[in-house]
Design a protein around this ligand. Structure first.
Ligand code: GLP
Length: 264
């Protein structure tokens, strides 16, 4: 758990990890997330691409989720979000970007197809995640199976309300989504969880310090061997062992300065 002073530092620290991943493995497979949390990270990656030539030409990406029932080019689709906030502004090959298909003839086929695509490139190296206020990751709502694979989920009232700010009153707001499963997420080799702002403080506490439960899907990350949770002070405010995480962070920084592991 890394506690940064504000959301800009969160974005920079996350960008450092992604930059290091891409430099170590130029054809990395990245798992990406939408929502307001990773926007600062994407802005930072665009900046590093423009100013320092961070090269995305070999990178492949898989997005966590997509709404069912709105076309790719809809202003609120997650495909549009990714194109606008990242893909159109870096040198990634658009054919190397994959977002679940929410408009397929049979939406029930989209999940298994997506899983197949992930497998065909050897799995996800680094998965970026945010957390919903109800503990969802991707769109794995409370009570999602901890071993679930990519499939259709019905959004909770809480999520619909949280995300209603993006849809005008008379606009159709999807109630279904296709999402990577919790099992799919746990199969990625490394996970980078970001959370910022006071509204995420309780979710962060539950995720890091709560008991593992399908009722709070983000707690499943406790089962993964390599998760980095990067939060700002506001999102960290309810953590019971906040002082300890800071202490660990300091000692690890000293260790890294001394030994510099190549994959940090
Ligand atoms: C959506 C996405 C999640 C995201 C969550 C939090 O529901 N499906 O992947 O983590 O929102 O969004 P925000 O970052 O805007 O709080």
């Amino acid at each position: 758990v890394i506690i940064a002073s504000d959301q800009n530092i969160v974005a920079q620290k996350c960008a450092d990890i992604i930059e290091s991943q891409i430099k170590t493995l130029p054809d990395s497979v990245l798992g990406l997330a939408t929502g307001s949390t990773p926007v600062g990270l994407y802005t930072e990656l665009i900046k590093r691409h423009r100013e320092h030539g961070l090269d995305f030409s070999g990178v492949r990406t898989f997005n966590l989720d997509e709404y069912v029932g709105i076309p790719e080019n809809h202003p609120q689709s997650y495909r549009t979000f990714m194109n606008q906030n990242l893909f159109d502004q870096i040198n990634i090959n658009p054919q190397n970007t994959c977002v679940p298909d929410g408009m397929g003839e049979n939406p029930l086929d989209a999940g298994p197809l997506f899983e197949k695509k992930i497998k065909s490139v050897g799995g996800i190296d680094l998965q970026v995640l945010g957390v919903g206020t109800d503990g969802h990751i991707g769109f794995n709502e409370p009570t999602s199976s901890l071993r679930s694979k990519t499939r259709i989920k019905t959004l909770t009232h809480q999520t619909l309300e949280d995300n209603s700010r993006f849809f005008s009153e008379d606009e159709f707001q999807p109630k279904l989504a296709i999402t990577m499963g919790i099992g799919t997420i746990l199969e990625s080799r490394r996970i980078l969880m970001m959370a910022t702002g006071e509204s995420k403080a309780l979710a962060v506490r539950e995720m890091v310090e709560g008991s593992i439960s399908a009722f709070f899907p983000a707690t499943a990350l406790q089962l993964h061997e390599r998760v980095t949770v990067i939060v700002d002070e506001a999102a960290a405010s309810e953590l019971q062992h906040k002082g300890y995480y800071k202490f660990v962070g300091k000692l690890q920084d000293d260790l890294i300065k001394k030994h510099r592991p190549s994959d940090w």
